[in-house]
Design a binder for this molecule. Structure first.
Ligand SMILES: NC(=O)C1=CN([C@@H]2O[C@H](COP(=O)(O)OP(=O)(O)OC[C@H]3O[C@@H](n4cnc5c(N)ncnc54)[C@H](O)[C@@H]3O)[C@@H](O)[C@H]2O)C=CC1
Ligand SMILES: O=C(O)C(=O)COP(=O)(O)O
Length: 389
């Protein structure tokens, strides 16, 4: 029996993928084997002693201490693409809201409640809410992953010109991206040509404050900037300066902070990108299945820190081992298996960065299984050993 702790509200349909005969779901569990979460900040908590796997029902994993998890041989999963449509739809709304003064206009109409002739007041006052059309304008998309590709393609359908920037574009994204999207070689090239800019990259040490004073200096005057990715991608001091100078005509973001409130031409939504029933269900289902398959069989799909590794279950016991990605590990593991007279039926060894992961399917197990596990842990740089029967 595995205990799964949920750190946020997770769709019940998704949690239904964890059969109660094998999994107990307990939001208060002190020492769970698995964690499923959304945006809960795990940097603030100690990793539970028994923790084996963490599944983020969503895309961004900057709220999870990935390095600490890797050190302890704990894979962190996310759910690529499962909320991309929800975010795309909100970005399209953001694009229109950034252009047409829908929000200001609607608020102003409410202020006319006690006016004697509302119709007349509206026709006289509406000119203050004029805003340009997006058709024929240029949208720059930074990050062409699951969300960026959908936003870029949808903007083409709205008759915009689209430029994209992503030095790490995957084959999967390239397959889905329209050939009509122009490629920018640098961020500066993209921002200097775009009337609208939308950011769809992860927040990490390399991307923090991507929009800084220098990039704003290269940005086309009067651009509208959309940030539905993460607040930390934009340096707020530099942003305020860019708004004052008229470089940024409007900033629309899904990531409120106190300093952004009350600034004219800044529109802030309460992190709503993935908040649709469809996306919440998709993400939760995918996260629950990823964690279930890892806990049951050691299989890994969609981990951000571990290599993918899937060996279909054949009824035989298996040993899952994670270790540092260095030379002579297979030799050392093999020696332990030989010592315990284990015949290996199948062995898969995959690596990602500084981590390697094995699933070793065994024809037989020794009588002293604890000794086998101890011997495997005795190999320097082995991080985690799991015997799954
Ligand atoms: N507002 C919300 O509720 C949501 C926000 N997000 C945010 O959006 C981000 C993107 O999500 P997905 O598209 O699903 O992720 P993804 O992993 O499919 O795409 C990210 C893309 O960014 C690219 N990239 C990475 N560093 C880059 C750089 N320095 N310059 C240009 N491109 C770079 C990658 O190559 C990849 O193609 C997430 O990391 C998350 O922070 C995601 C879902 C919901
Ligand atoms: O998937 C992401 O990266 C998101 O930002 C969505 O966050 P949420 O699950 O709505 O707390």
């Amino acid at each position: 029996m595995y205990t799964i702790r949920t750190l946020n509200n997770i769709s019940q349909t998704g949690l239904g993928k964890l059969p109660p005969a094998e999994f107990t779901i307990d939001p208060e569990a002190a020492n769970p084997e698995g964690i499923i979460l959304r945006s809960f900040d795990m940097h603030q908590m100690e990793l539970p002693e028994n923790l084996l796997g963490v599944a983020r029902a969503g895309a961004g994993t900057n709220n999870i201490p990935i390095d600490k998890c890797s050190e302890r041989g704990i894979p962190v999963f996310n759910t690529p693409g499962a909320n991309a449509n929800a975010v795309k739809e909100l970005v399209l709304a953001g694009l229109l809201v950034s252009s047409r003064r829908i929000i200001d206009g609607a608020a102003w109409v409410q202020s006319l409640k006690d006016n004697e002739d509302v119709e007349k007041a509206v026709e006289a006052g509406k000119k203050q809410f004029t805003g340009p059309e997006i058709a024929g304008k240029t949208l720059g998309v930074i990050g062409l992953g699951a969300i960026g590709v959908q936003v870029a393609n949808a903007a083409l359908d709205l008759n915009m010109n689209v430029i994209g920037y992503d030095p790490f574009l995957t084959l999967e994204s390239a397959w889905h991206l329209s050939a009509s999207v122009d490629k920018a070689e640098t961020l500066e090239e993209l921002v200097s040509q775009s009337d609208y800019i939308t950011i769809h990259i992860p927040l990490n040490d390399k991307t923090r404050h991507t929009f800084n004073q220098e990039l704003f200096a290269a940005t086309k005057k009067g651009a509208r900037l959309l940030n539905f990715a993460r607040g930390g991608l934009v340096d707020h001091e530099a942003l305020k300066d860019a708004i004052e100078k008229g470089i940024i005509a409007r900033y629309i973001t899904d990531f409120p902070t106190a300093e952004l409130l009350g600034i004219e031409n800044v529109i802030v939504t309460p992190h709503l990108g993935a908040s649709t029933p469809e996306s919440e269900e998709n993400c939760a289902e995918m996260a629950a299945v990823e964690l279930r398959e890892y806990l049951r069989y050691g299989n890994i799909r969609n981990s951000v820190n571990f290599p993918g590794c899937i060996v279909p279950y054949s009824g035989k016991p298996r040993i899952a081992i994670s270790h540092s990605n260095i030379v002579n590990m297979i030799g050392q593991l093999g020696a332990v298996f030989t010592k315990h007279h284990i015949n290996i039926d199948k062995m898969v060894n995959n690596s990602k960065g500084e981590l390697a992961y094995n699933i070793i399917v065994c024809d037989n197990l020794p009588e002293d299984e604890n000794q086998l596990i101890q011997d495997l842990y005795a190999i320097p740089s082995v991080r985690r050993v799991r015997l799954l029967k």
